[in-house]
Design a protein around this ligand. Structure first.
Ligand code: NAD
Ligand code: AHE
Ligand code: ZN
Length: 368
């Protein structure tokens, strides 16, 4: 079949809207009509050529929601008409990782996913006879996409697609980092670096967990109002305080119980670790750093009891946890709508990247 898609033909170039050829689902796969997709900073990072796994030409996008239109042989967990959220972190429930009960990092298809192909080693997308690669196993910047059955979460049909797509990455990553990875307890003090599409969800996750002080840190002063809307109690602009680590440690009587990097900047990751309380403070890396970057700190920071951890997709087991997060939204337990600052057509998708880089959006969502 044909599908309209925004294709990344080359790094650092705008996406081009073209009609691609799309092969139907093979065994264990499903064809999904994407109804809405968010634009996450990770898409921009890959498009900018900063992802060591980045492949071109490819169809980016990993934060979508849509409807199953066709199923391949042997598919049992969804039927045509089901509403689904694609999962860049699938859940096979059979691999060592899934069975460990210790991680959400399913290993069933991670290797082929990283090579931009389906589990059988081939792509379903092509343009004028040339292969176009998949991205993060999702490729939601295409109106139709093919996904392995284990990489879709079956969600309730009354959930609107625009907020639902954001649960495909940003909401789950931010809220999940607090609830699943950190396990923030009532009264804990939290510091969040980077108040964008992920950081604001960390803030609302911290509010949900009953955190004490929730301190937001951002270079963009406009983010102060945004943070306060979702439960931030204090705002720090690093440009206004001198030594940001010393400032935070003094402010929180020794430092944060938990801190979160939502910037992808390795200098910030160090600050996030070092603003943690001696003896127990834990810093969670969420941000994705450019290829070649490394993190550093004095080992003494760890010797004296600070913990450095990371999280992908907020530690969520996609097929199990994503439908529950959709319920949280439908029950009013979490907010999503105010964070969707821009709704665009596929033809306007490059504007979404411009708004993100200019710091003018929280989330842009493309509707098909
Ligand atoms: P975004 O562009 O919406 O937000 C980034 C925010 O960080 C902005 O408000 C910006 O002003 C702020 N910022 C940038 N540099 C800063 C600095 N030096 N100090 C303080 N604030 C700074 O991006 P996003 O969509 O929220 O994504 C944030 C990061 O999380 C990206 O690196 C993205 O790739 C990553 N991410 C990781 C996962 C995961 O599973 N681990 C999931 C989604 C996104
Ligand atoms: N491909 C990059 C790493 C990118 C990365 O860390 N991705 C996160 C999700 S970001 C969503 O916006 C992730 O899920 N990581 C775990 C995984 O298995 O990819 C690189 O450095 O090579
Ligand atoms: Zn993302």
């Amino acid at each position: 079949m044909k599908t309209r898609a925004a294709v990344a033909f080359e790094a650092k170039q705008p996406l081009e809207i073209v009609e691609l050829d799309l092969e139907g689902p093979k065994a264990g796969e499903v064809l999904v009509e994407i109804m809405a997709t968010g634009i996450c900073h990770t898409d921009a990072y890959t498009l900018d050529g900063l992802d060591s796994e980045g492949l071109f030409p490819s169809v980016l996008g990993h934060e979508g929601a849509g409807i199953v239109r066709e199923i391949g042989a042997g598919v049992t967990s969804v039927v045509p008409g089901d509403h689904v959220i694609p999962l860049y972190t699938p859940e096979c429930r059979q691999c060592k990782m899934c069975l460990s009960g210790k991680t959400n990092l399913c290993s069933a298809i991670r290797e082929t996913q990283g090579r931009g192909v389906m589990p059988d080693g081939t792509s379903r997308f092509s343009y004028k006879g040339e292969t176009i690669f998949h991205y993060m196993g999702c490729s939601t910047f295409s109106n139709f996409t093919v996904l392995p059955e284990i990489a879709v979460a079956n969600i309730r049909k009354d959930a609107p697609f625009q907020p639902a797509c954001y649960i495909g990455c940003g909401v789950t990553t931010g809220v999940g980092a607090v609830i699943n990875t950190a396990d923030v307890r009532p009264g804990d003090n939290v510091v969040v670096f980077g108040l964008g599409g992920i950081g604001l969800n960390v803030i609302q996750g911290a509010r949900l967990a009953g955190a004490g002080r929730i301190v937001g840190v951002d270079l963009n002063g406009d983010k102060e109002d945004w943070g306060r809307k979702f439960g931030m109690t204090d705002f720090v602009n690093p440009n206004e305080v001198g030594d940001v680590v010393a400032h935070l440690v003094a402010m929180l009587d020794g430092g944060a119980d938990y801190s979160f990097d939502c910037t992808g900047n390795t200098t910030v990751m160090r600050q996030a670790l070092e603003c943690c309380h001696k003896g127990w403070g834990t810093s969670i890396v969420i941000g994705v750093a450019e290829a070649g970057k490394e993190i550093a700190t004095r080992p003494f920071q760890l010797v004296t009891g600070r913990n450095w951890r990371g999280t992908a997709f907020g530690g969520a087991r996609g097929r199990t946890d994503v439908p529950k997060i959709v319920d949280w939204y439908m029950d009013g337990k979490i907010e999503i709508d105010p964070m969707i600052t821009h709704v665009l057509s596929l033809d306007e998708i490059n504007k979404g990247f411009d708004l993100m880089h200019a710091g003018e959006s929280i989330r842009s969502v493309v509707v098909y």
